[in-house]
Design a protein around this ligand. Structure first.
Ligand code: GTP
Length: 150
């Protein structure tokens, strides 16, 4: 990323409620979290609030979080409007985008955004323009604004 090597070790944790007690161990020391819901599933969207509350409690305070509405390729079966994802993200002050693991849309963008933000936090030169994940994502997703939940 911008001539700096950023190595990501990616863990895919179980989203199901019955594994909730063990997932703390996975993200307790994580530097970044991609929190996904399925745009065709209201239940998965509704679960995001519980995840965000839990992350707030157990994760590192300066964790980089990104909310992703996945299965964007299934717009015909959409249960959650894009604006609902945007509003939730705004409420918790996290960047948001819709992705598709099937078509790949925004997948690279999501990882690059996180990598850039992690790089910004670890490498700071006085003359360097400060990268801000929200500004970077907002350039792509102009409707986002930020507050300070995390
Ligand atoms: N059409 C479509 N299907 C997807 C997409 N992403 C995942 N799927 C499908 O959705 C199903 C569930 O995907 P998983 O990756 O197992 O979901 P998960 O959230 O990791 O599941 P848990 O680990 O149980 O929490 C699989 O059948 C995937 O092929 C997507 O972007 N588009």
């Amino acid at each position: 990323v911008d001539n700096v090597k950023v190595k990501l070790q990616i863990w895919d944790t179980a989203g199901q409620e019955r594994f909730r007690s063990v997932t703390h161990a996975y993200y307790r020391d994580a530097q970044a979290l991609l929190l996904l819901y399925d745009i065709t599933s209201k239940t998965s969207f509704d679960n995001i609030r519980a995840w965000l509350t839990e992350i707030h409690e157990y994760a590192q305070r300066d964790i980089v979080i990104m909310l992703l509405g996945n299965k964007a390729d299934m717009a015909g079966e959409r249960a959650i409007r894009r604006v609902e994802g945007e509003n939730l993200a705004r409420e918790y002050c996290v960047p948001f985008m819709e992705t598709s693991a099937k078509t790949g849309v925004n997948v690279e963008m999501a990882f690059i955004s996180v990598a850039k933000e992690l790089k910004r936090r670890s490498v700071r030169r006085p003359d360097e323009l400060t990268f801000q994940i929200h500004q970077y994502v907002e350039a792509e997703e102009p409707k986002l604004t930020c507050c300070s939940y995390f």
